[in-house]
Write a protein that binds this ligand. Structure first.
Ligand code: FE2
Length: 160
C-alpha cells in the first residue's frame, strides 16, 4: 500500500482494493472474450455483431481503466496483467469452437450477466465499507453492462 492523504483509512482502502482487483480481473477476462467473439463470429448478422462486440470491448476497456485507476487512487497496485486476470477471474472459459452469431450472443450475454451481478454486489460491499466513490464507479459500470446485456439479448428475443 502506498501512503496517500486521501481521507479513507488504510483498512477501508485495503478492503475496497481487494474488491476492485477482483472485478478488474473479471473485466480483463471478459474484454478478451468479447474481442474473441468480434474476431470469430460468422453468419448473416456478421457485420452488426462484429461491430457491436467491438463497441462492448471498447466500453470494457474504459471500465478497466477506471477500475484500475481507482485502485491506484486508493494507494493500491492495479494487478492488471492477463496472467493475473486469468487466475483470478470468476468467469467461465469461453468456448473457442463456436462461430454462429446466436451462439456468441448466448455465451456473451451469459458472461456479461455474471460480471454485472458481481459488480452490483460490489456496489453494496464498497458502500458498506464507507467508500461511496467506488460504489458510484461500480454503479456506472453495472448500469452500462445492463445496457449491453440488453443489446445482446434483444437479438435473441424476436419470439417472446
Ligand atoms: Fe477489429
Amino acid at each position: 500500500m502506498y501512503k496517500t492523504k486521501i481521507d479513507l483509512s488504510e483498512k477501508v482502502r485495503r478492503a475496497v482494493i481487494t474488491v476492485l482487483n477482483e472485478r478488474l480481473a473479471d473485466a480483463i477476462d471478459l474484454q478478451s472474450q468479447v474481442k474473441h467473439a468480434h474476431w470469430n463470429v460468422k453468419g448473416p448478422q456478421f457485420i452488426a455483431l462484429h461491430e457491436l462486440f467491438d463497441k462492448i470491448s471498447d466500453v470494457l476497456l474504459e471500465q478497466i481503466d477506471d477500475v484500475a485507476e481507482r485502485i491506484t487512487s486508493l494507494g493500491g497496485t492495479a494487478e492488471g496483467t492477463v496472467t493475473v486476470a486469468a487466475k483470478r477471474s470468476k468467469l467461465k472459459n469461453y468456448p473457442l469452437s463456436i462461430t454462429a452469431g446466436k451462439d456468441h450472443l448466448y455465451y456473451l450475454s451469459t458472461q456479461l450477466a455474471v460480471f454485472g451481478k458481481a459488480v452490483r454486489a460490489g456496489i453494496d460491499d464498497t458502500a458498506k465499507l464507507g467508500d461511496a466513490d467506488t460504489a458510484d464507479l461500480f454503479t456506472g459500470v453495472s448500469r452500462s453492462i445492463d445496457k449491453y446485456l440488453w443489446f445482446l439479448e434483444a437479438h435473441l428475443q424476436d419470439k417472446a
